[in-house]
Structures are given as structure tokens and as C-alpha cells.
Ligand binder design. Structure first.
Ligand code: NAP
Length: 327
């Protein structure tokens, strides 16, 4: 496993880390046993950074992480998120009282005295124009409740605005073969400001593993069933917002440039890691096997110039018009 500096935190994080949404909910059934094994396998594989949120399974994900970490001596940096418990989810809700209550709840779930990193959880765009919200985060830092804060964004413009706040340590954003826009303007600016970049949906909700077909059945409580058109939350969070049929055709094109002996999931993760501004990828996993396989991407050589060019062409011809100006 290779490690990279996480922006202003100075923490060295595993470049392949873990997304823990799956062990909370919204991905069909993931048993308690599998959820625990996912976290244990991650730690055993050298992963030292886990991304979760207070709303994943209404705290189930945070509580599993706390339980497993209580059984190991390894130092693991846990990033959680706050904001999505708000109903309605409005700019006004991001105030001192609510943010403090969310942080206190996560401290309890995670069994910590201080949270390593709290990310605003894809807040409405208006939040980025309210310096008071970021002042509250500074206060929580000064009060010793959180070590660092960051944001998880839907849009590149939100990321560009967020990095204007000097206290911001990290930005979490969707970046994968189907969502290439962040690298153009945002990555160099984030690097200049020493802001860490956490890459979510690295496998485009599993599409970029190459295993999903038109016949794949998703459970009723899997968002790939109920949020394909943004019915419950931002459409971009499911399959990166790319039309399912178009994406499946694009996956077949990727298969044509895939080198022998490398899984498509590893190839897709390696493509992201070849961008040096990225601090780590946080692929979600529903079982131990996926964790172990994803970690292998760290040991692969970089993609060749020809492979990079083929993936750039695929994006430009098949995907760009569907996503580039939307997020
Ligand atoms: N708003 C936010 O802040 C936000 C939103 C979304 C995600 N996130 C974070 O980002 C993390 C990653 O995003 P994501 O989980 O949505 O998408 P993702 O990592 O692109 O996709 C995860 C899915 O890919 C499949 N997969 C993973 N490893 C595999 C492997 N080696 N081989 C085959 N299939 C594999 C699994 O699908 P199956 O379930 O079909 O096996 C898994 O559920 C989340 O866990 C969460 O921590 C944050």
C-alpha cells in the first residue's frame, strides 16, 4: 500500500481507502458479519482511512467502525459527515445548534473524544456562500470537538468556492472515468491550497467493475434501483448520473483496452490514482473480497499513454455531453 499526504491534515492516508456507506444501508442487505469483516479486512490490508456519515444506516456504519476499531491497535483516521439529518435539508439548518448536535452524536457513535474529520454532507449550494457556517466549524475545532473539517460536494463550482475558506482541509468529490471534469480546473487549485481530495464513486456505483449488465437485479432498498433518476437524492450519486444503457456500452469499450490479468475495477481505480492531486480513492465494499481486490490497485503500474488517451476519447465521445456541464 502506498500512502499520500491528506492536504492540510499532514496525515498520510492509504491511497486506496474505504467507503463505508455499504455497511450502513442503501445497498441491499449487507449482514452484520460482512460489515465487520469489511472493516477488519480493510485494516489488515493497510487501509488507514475510512469515510462514513452519520446518516449511513442512521449511524449503523459509524457504530460498526467504532466496534472494529475497538478490537485493533491500528491508528485509523475516520472521516464522517454532517448535515443530511436535516429535514428539510436547507441552508438555514446549517447553524451552530444543529452542527454541534450532529457532531456530538457522531462522537458517541464513533466512541471518540474528538472527530478526525467532519465533512458537510453535500449541503445546498447556498451554504458555501455563508461564511458563518465555516466559522462554526472553526469554533468546533477550537473547542476540541473536531480535528479538521472539509466538504463533500456535488458540483465542481461548489468545490472551487469551498477551497476559499482557509480552514478547509479536504474536499470529497465524484471523479472517475465517467466524471472527468474535476481534474481540469479544480485539482490544480486544490493542490495549490494544500486541500486534500477524497475521490468517491471511483467505480461509478459498481459499473466500472464491469460486472453489471442490463439483467443485473438490484434489491428494492438499493439506491441503484430507486435513485437512477434522482428520485431520492442527487442523480449524480447513482452511476455518476450517466444513463444506464450508455454507461453499459461505454464499459464494453473499456473492456477492449483492459490489459490482460487486470480486473476492470483495478484498472478504473488506477486511472484515478494516476492523478497526483488525488489523496485517496474511497471505493465502497459490501464484502471482504472487494476490499482485498481494490487494495491491489495501489501496486499496479500507471496506465500507458495509449490507455489514457483511449479513456479520454471515450469520455469525450460518449459521456461528456451527459455530465460535463451538469456537475
Ligand atoms: N454525498 C456523499 O458524500 C457520498 C455519496 C456517495 C458515496 N459516498 C462515499 O463514497 C464511497 C464510495 O462511493 P460508492 O460506494 O457510492 O460507489 P463506488 O465505490 O463507485 O461503488 C461501490 C460498489 O462497487 C462494487 N464494487 C466495489 N469493489 C468491487 C470489486 N472489487 N469488484 C466488483 N465490484 C466492486 C460494489 O457493488 P455491489 O454492491 O453490486 O457488489 C460496491 O457496492 C461510499 O461508500 C461513501 O463512503 C459519499
Amino acid at each position: 500500500m502506498q500512502y499520500r499526504k491528506l492536504g492540510k491534515t499532514n496525515f498520510q492516508v492509504s491511497e486506496v481507502s474505504l467507503g463505508a456507506w455499504q455497511i450502513g444501508g442503501s445497498w441491499g442487505d449487507v449482514s452484520d458479519k460482512d460489515a465487520e469483516r469489511v472493516v477488519h479486512a480493510a485494516i489488515e490490508s493497510g487501509i488507514n482511512f475510512i469515510d462514513t456519515a452519520d446518516v449511513y444506516g442512521d449511524g449503523r456504519s459509524e457504530r460498526f467502525i467504532a466496534k472494529v476499531l475497538s478490537e485493533t491497535k491500528e491508528q485509523v483516521f475516520v472521516a464522517t459527515k454532517a448535515g443530511r439529518r436535516l429535514q428539510p435539508h436547507t441552508v438555514d439548518g446549517y447553524n451552530r445548534a444543529n452542527l454541534t448536535a450532529f457532531v456530538e452524536r457522531s462522537l458517541k457513535n464513533l466512541r471518540r473524544e474528538v472527530l478526525d474529520l467532519v465533512q458537510l454532507h453535500c449541503p445546498p449550494t447556498g451554504v458555501y456562500y455563508e461564511p458563518e457556517v465555516f466559522a462554526v466549524l472553526d469554533e468546533l475545532k477550537q473547542a476540541g470537538k473536531i480535528l479538521y473539517y472539509g466538504v463533500s460536494v456535488e458540483k465542481v463550482e461548489e468545490a472551487l468556492k469551498a477551497i476559499e475558506y482557509p480552514g478547509l482541509a479536504t474536499v470529497q468529490i465524484i471523479f472517475n472515468i465517467f466524471r472527468q471534469r474535476p481534474k481540469d480546473l479544480f485539482f490544480p487549485l486544490a493542490q495549490q491550497r494544500d486541500v486534500g481530495i477524497l475521490v468517491r464513486l471511483p467505480l461509478s456505483s459498481g459499473l466500472l467493475s464491469g460486472k453489471i449488465t442490463r439483467h443485473t437485479a438490484f434489491a428494492a432498498d438499493d439506491h441503484r434501483n430507486y435513485n437512477r433518476h434522482g428520485e431520492q437524492f442527487d442523480r449524480g450519486e447513482t452511476f455518476s448520473g450517466v444513463d444506464f444503457d450508455v454507461a453499459l456500452d461505454a464499459v464494453e469499450e473499456i473492456r477492449r483496452v483492459l490489459p490482460d490479468g487486470i480486473s476492470m475495477a483495478n484498472f478504473a481505480l488506477r486511472w484515478i490514482l494516476d492523478h497526483e492531486a488525488v489523496s485517496c480513492v474511497i471505493p465502497g465494499a459490501r464484502n471482504e473480497g472487494q476490499v482485498v481486490q481494490n487494495v491491489a490497485a495501489s501496486a499496479l503500474p500507471p496506465l500507458t499513454a495509449e490507455q489514457m488517451a483511449a479513456l479520454a476519447k471515450l469520455y469525450d465521445t460518449k459521456i461528456r455531453s451527459l455530465v460535463h456541464q451538469r456537475w
